[in-house]
Design a protein around this ligand. Structure first.
Ligand SMILES: *Cc1c(COP(=O)(O)O)cnc(C)c1O
Length: 341
């Protein structure tokens, strides 16, 4: 069995999910006939304290669908400078929605409201309209945003009539890390995207959540984007279990990330970034003079351990359902052996 630290997207569906998928009652969801999808959408909207929800194929799909539904072509959207929508969605906002992006600094989770205030456009003839403001929590940098910051951003945006989308791919991790109720976090945006297929272990899918009117428009845009799935209840069945049975276990991933961070610090010149150790991700640096990236990846691979290469000079190890405390011990022991050789 591989120990896979590349991401929490590598998690496999649980046995209960496989059973639920095999026996799911399904219908044609484009006709609105799939009872399992309908159940998942109802459950999600209630859990997040919003009017409606929509099953979508991926987190990227959910974010891009939100952008398409909130904005007009030529709008400017404001978003964090290291967020997933900007860095890891292939420039889709430009291609699919024809919007331009403008970034604000997210300094390890903190958002500067005064700066943001100045970035929302007035009606000068030269300006694009500010069509959307996006927040990410938890951030893909491993940091979390406080509830107070999120509330301040939403208040500002509302006062300027700019809609807010929350990329909550890991919103449950954020909820645990900042000890805030999921409804309170969701209340800081007009729409929310949440991934079922990361730490929650569903094989496929995300949910886009918002008002009834927004979701009605998003449902049509989902069809436009080719995301109208037919007997999607097969996937929704796993999604229901993700939301009802897998949320509380995310705390284990966080504890394991802290344990991994402590153990990594036993390695000479390994620097863990403790400012971004809020969820299930450990970011650290390890100088090339100690071990080259290629040697580390190869050495771990030989012991059935998968990691990603560095991004921006940092390694990122992600704890997940398939990674136990014993696995972490083995990873650190193996790293020490590779480095000593
Ligand atoms: C993973 C992730 C997404 C995209 O999800 P996919 O299902 O991989 O498309 C979006 N935003 C954030 C913050 C993520 O971590």
């Amino acid at each position: 069995m591989w120990i896979d630290l590349r991401s929490d997207t590598v998690t496999q569906p649980t046995e209960a999910m496989r059973q639920a998928m095999a026996h799911a009652v399904v219908g044609d969801d484009v006709y609105g006939d799939d009872p399992t999808v309908n159940q998942l959408e109802k459950l999600t909207s209630e859990l997040f304290g919003k009017e409606a929800a929509l099953f979508v194929p991926s987190g990227t799909f959910g974010n891009q669908l939100a952008i398409m539904t909130h904005t007009q072509r030529g709008d400017e959207i404001l978003l964090g400078d290291d967020c997933h929508i900007l860095m890891h969605e292939v420039g889709a906002a430009a291609v699919l929605s024809g919007v331009q992006t403008r970034t604000f600094p997210t300094n390890s989770g903190h958002i500067d409201i005064e700066k943001l205030k100045r970035m929302i456009r007035g009606d000068d003839i030269h300006f694009p309209a500010t069509g959307l403001l996006c927040m990410e929590n938890a951030q893909s940098s491993g940091a979390v945003v406080s509830l107070a910051d999120m509330q301040a951003v939403y208040q500002l945006a509302q006062s300027r009539h700019v809609p807010v989308h929350i990329d909550g791919a890991r919103i449950f991790n954020a909820s645990i890390a900042i000890s805030a109720d999921i409804k309170e976090i969701a209340a800081c945006g007009d729409s929310v995207n949440v991934c079922l297929s990361k730490g929650l272990c569903a094989p496929v899918g995300s949910m886009l959540i918002g008002t009834r009117d927004f979701i009605r428009k998003a449902r049509k845009n989902r069809k436009l984007m080719g995301g109208g799935l037919r007997q999607a209840g097969i996937l929704a069945a796993a999604g229901i279990l993700a939301l009802t049975e897998m949320v509380s276990r995310l705390e284990d991933d966080h504890k394991n990330a802290h344990y991994l961070a402590d153990r990594l610090e036993e390695i000479e010149s390994c620097q863990v970034n403790r400012n971004r150790l809020a969820i299930n991700m450990v970011f650290f640096t390890l100088p090339e003079s100690v071990i080259s990236e290629a040697a580390l990846i190869e050495g771990l691979k030989n012991k059935m351990i998968r990691i990603n290469g560095q991004e921006d000079g940092e390694y990122r190890f992600v704890t997940n359902y398939g990674v136990s405390v014993d696995d972490i011990d083995l990873v650190v022991k193996t790293m020490k052996t590779i480095i000593d050789n």
